[in-house]
Design a protein around this ligand. Structure first.
Ligand code: UD1
Ligand code: CA
Length: 472
């Protein structure tokens, strides 16, 4: 095998995911924000190896998903019935053109390009008929789904767990489900594999025994077990995700990110974080997020598909999704910023404030208990506590604009569409239905009337609970 074009890959993704007990195929479940199937596909793409993806169970769903990702050299083959891994590879025979065929289970997301590369090199060096990856795992409980590597009279074979009656500590290696095979060997033997009675399946690893019994060279590469974990159940997905998550957090620690309680933090695989940023306990940084330098992310906040500039502070329990936040802005606690919102530099969004599809310009402030929907808020605007942007009339959403340096008194309702001009003021408690000119004061509330002695009169005649209590 001299060049990359003498190697092609087959990835098996046709299985029924029966052990997941889910309508969605297991390979579309995410692990640290990325669908499981993308891990092996991206590893192969990184090595520039063309891929044939075998699909079957829920094939349309998997095909549509993979097509969205525009892999350079990827084609699909259908396995019409799911009769085992040997049967899945047989279905790809018309696509074989390379001298060596790399076959890989689709459900081993922690595999690395380095490990695949090592296997290819080993295969090349040894001129083996079959080369495959193995890992040490003598624990029968945690390795129950794996085929065991069994050697007998200098023959090597894989015995699936359901047929394995020996002590796992005698045969402590398991089959990873990643193989490189000579095309000619594969062509000669793939159709001679037998169906196993107890599972009614045709097993690809049976080719290893065939090669071995024919005296053909069979070689292995030993990997760390964590890198080849197969995901057959939700529990195995959970374990693999913990491993990946720890890897990601470790990576960011080495980039100068401080985690106050790392074991409670979740970070998706594509997230980026700047140096000197501090991330407190229970934080989730989800797919599509970029955090700048020297930011502070408070406990139990969740940030998804958002970009934070340097020096941003997010206080505890805030939820941010599809938003951009400018340099030195402050958000939270308990803020909800979402739906294409842009918060500019040095703006402040405080306690229990929701901001949706809005923009806040530089140094604008909304500090307490407000709803800002479809709002355009100019620089240095102050929005008082309890302000509501009434943006929805039951059919359509309308925009509220508050121009620069305006002041919105507490508990103002702004009924959109409406504009408050620059430097204008609305009196607290106003319901603003008309535009307010620049520099004007808008008061839109009923005038207060005080009736002397009325409180006593009401208490005397109306038996309200509070009044009774006062008399006791
Ligand atoms: C397989 C190996 C086992 C190995 C383990 C490593 C076989 C018989 N056993 O077991 O030796 O230790 O992987 O994780 O190969 N698939 C198809 N078509 C089918 C059946 C499966 O495309 O008809 C696909 C699945 O979608 C999956 C992969 O092949 O991505 C492996 O199948 P799975 O049923 O998970 O095999 P294991 O029981 O894990
Ligand atoms: Ca598996």
């Amino acid at each position: 095998m001299t060049a990359k074009n003498s190697l092609q890959a087959i990835v098996l993704a046709a299985g029924t995911s029966s052990r997941f007990k889910s309508e969605t195929p297991k390979l579309l479940f995410t692990l640290c924000g990325q669908e499981m199937l993308l891990y092996p596909l991206k590893a192969l793409q990184q090595l520039s190896i063309p891929i044939t993806l075998v699909i079957g169970h829920r094939k349309e769903l998997i095909k549509r998903f993979v097509e969205q990702h525009q892999f350079e050299a990827l084609s699909f083959v259908e396995q019409k019935q799911q009769l085992g891994t040997g049967h899945a590879v047989a279905a790809t025979m018309p696509t074989w053109y390379a001298d060596s065929i790399l076959v890989m289970n689709g459900d081993i997301p922690l595999i690395t390009p380095q490990l695949i590369q090592e296997l290819i090199q080993q295969h090349e060096k040894s001129h083996a008929a079959v080369s495959f990856i193995i890992a040490h795992n003598s624990d029968p409980s945690s390795a129950s789904g794996y085929g065991r590597v069994v050697t007998h009279d200098s023959h090597i074979s894989i015995v699936e767990m359901r047929d394995f009656n020996d002590n796992p500590s005698v045969y402590p290696f398991v089959n990873a489900g990643v193989y490189v095979l000579q095309k000619d060997f594969l062509r000669r033997h793939i159709n001679s594999l037998k169906t196993h009675e107890n599972s009614r399946e045709i097993y690809l690893p049976d080719l290893i025994e065939i090669a071995s019994k024919q005296g053909l060279p069979v070689t292995t590469v030993t990997a760390v077990f964590d890198h080849i974990r197969g995901i057959n159940t939700l529990k195995e997905l959970w374990i693999a995700e913990q491993i990946k998550r720890a890897e990601i957090i470790e990576h960011w620690m080495f980039q100068g990110v401080r985690f106050t309680y790392a074991q409670s933090t979740h970070i998706d695989i594509d997230v980026k974080i700047g140096e000197g940023t501090c991330i407190e306990s229970g934080v989730q940084l989800l797919a599509g997020t970029r955090i700048g330098r020297q930011c502070h992310i408070g406990s139990y906040s969740s940030i998804k598909a958002s970009v934070l500039a340097p020096h941003v502070t997010i206080k505890n329990h805030s939820i941010i999704s599809n938003a951009t936040i400018g340099e030195s802005a402050q958000v939270g606690p308990f803020a909800y910023i979402h739906n294409n919102t842009n918060i500019s530099a040095e703006a402040v969004v405080g306690f229990c404030v929701e901001v949706s599809k809005s923009s806040l310009e530089q140094k604008a402030k909304v500090k307490h208990l407000s709803y800002i929907g479809n709002g355009q808020i100019g620089p240095r605007v102050t929005i008082g506590a309890g302000t509501v942007f009434c943006n929805y009339d039951g059919k359509n959403k309308h925009t509220t604009s508050v121009e620069h340096d305006a002041f919105i008194g507490s508990n103002t309702s702004l009924i959109a569409p409406v504009t408050v001009g620059h430097h204008a003021i609305t009196a607290a408690g106003s319901t603003i239905t008309q535009d307010v000119p620049p520099h004007a004061l808008a008061i839109a509330r009923t005038r207060q009337e005080n009736k002397d002695g009325y409180a006593h009169k009401i208490r005397g005649s109306v038996p309200v609970a509070g009044a009774v209590k006062m008399e006791e």
